[in-house]
Design a protein around this ligand. Structure first.
Ligand SMILES: [Mn+2]
Length: 354
């Protein structure tokens, strides 16, 4: 009991303010989501984000990899604020889009991805999240009415059933499995060697196909195939997005949580809630959707999950910030309350940096 940590998630831009916010909420760590790193070696600059490498007349190409020193600086800055950098989730999609598509540049992108993985490991960052969505997360409105006049995101497949292919043509599911196997067989050994856990996020929305692009990771069986058959390793686990799993149906969600949780295959959890399943659903506050969050936390604790939970998508509350501090404070406070409740009889421990 009491092994589960709570971290603040969905942070793109690392600021002193957001680190204070996380500390004030009692979080033990942070997850950064696609942080805007330059990817350029920064050892020549005298300021973080300095312009040494912005040479006049120099090449304007955008690196498709993350640089070691920037990653070290990121981790140190967070640890100096008495937090831990729990994970980075998702390199920019253009870093490995050709790998997903099985395109002509995939070997170059995979080489770069491997170098990013080495740098993540060298920088002492334990987890790198990834997904296999060439056309990303889809919502059909971001301004639906939520409780009390908050606004939220919803998805209704009927509105986009006729969407043209996002990547020029209709891809077959077999093609995406082929490119997935090709990718993971090359990157996973590097993750192992450099002690990084790769954490796979489901396709959101979890439909078989969207705009000409198959969506592989939409159920327990596809994840089992990925982390047990194709690429079994202690360094290959799930970024368990409770919201996306609930979009598949609650039975699937609880079954997967128990199945993968018991095997120690869940690296961390996106703790959010929804109402409805594909083909149509809406995001909700954490305490009002279809998922019984108390049951979820109890289940995670029962199966011995010892990773961390983060807030994920949250409804936008009145006068909230772009980062949605109000709504995130509510979600994280709620998560802490649930954790306290299941730890009754023990002393709640929300460790700082170990
Ligand atoms: Mn998620």
């Amino acid at each position: 009991m009491g092994r589960i940590r709570i971290a603040a998630g969905s942070i793109r831009d690392l600021t002193d303010e957001v680190m204070q916010f996380a500390r004030q909420l009692g979080c033990s760590g942070l997850v950064l989501n696609t942080p805007p790193l330059t990817g350029r070696p920064s050892y020549g600059s005298n300021a973080i984000g300095g312009s040494y490498w912005e040479r006049p007349g120099g090449s304007a190409d955008v690196p498709e990899r993350w640089d070691l020193l920037e990653l070290v600086q990121l981790r140190r800055r967070i640890e100096e604020a008495d937090l831990r950098l729990e994970a980075l989730e998702n390199v920019p999609i253009h870093f490995y889009e050709q790998a997903i598509l099985g395109g002509p540049d995939r070997d170059r992108q995979i080489d770069n991805y491997c170098e990013t993985l080495r740098n993540v490991g060298r920088a002492g960052i334990p987890v790198l999240g990834y997904h296999w969505m060439a056309n990303r997360v889809w919502r059909t409105t971001k301004h639906a009415k939520a409780r009390g006049g908050a606004t939220t995101s919803t998805f209704d497949f009927a509105l986009v059933a006729d969407a043209p292919p996002t990547h020029g043509r209709v891809y077959a599911e077999d093609e995406l499995w082929e490119s997935y196997v090709y990718f993971i067989e090359r990157v996973l050994p590097v993750a192992e060697e450099y002690h990084v856990v790769l954490a796979l996020h489901p396709d959101d929305p979890p439909l078989p196909m969207l705009a000409g692009m198959p969506r592989l990771f939409r159920g327990l069986e596809s994840f089992r195939r990925a982390v047990e058959e194709i690429a079994p390793s202690p360094n290959h686990r799930l970024n368990f997005c409770m919201g996306t799993w609930a979009e598949m149906g609650l039975d699937e969600m609880y079954a997967a949580m128990e199945y993968f949780g018991r095997k120690g295959k869940i690296a961390y959890v996106h703790f959010r809630n929804v109402r409805g399943t594909v083909p149509a659903f809406e995001e909700t506050f954490v305490d009002e959707g279809d998922v019984d969050c108390a049951r979820a936390v109890r289940l995670l604790d029962d199966v011995g999950f010892d990773g961390f939970l983060i807030d994920d998508h949250v409804p936008h509350m009145t006068d909230d910030t772009i980062y949605m501090h109000r709504s995130r404070a509510y979600a994280i406070g709620y998560m802490r309350g649930l954790m306290h409740a299941i730890q009754t009889g023990t002393t709640p421990t929300f460790d700082s940096v170990a």
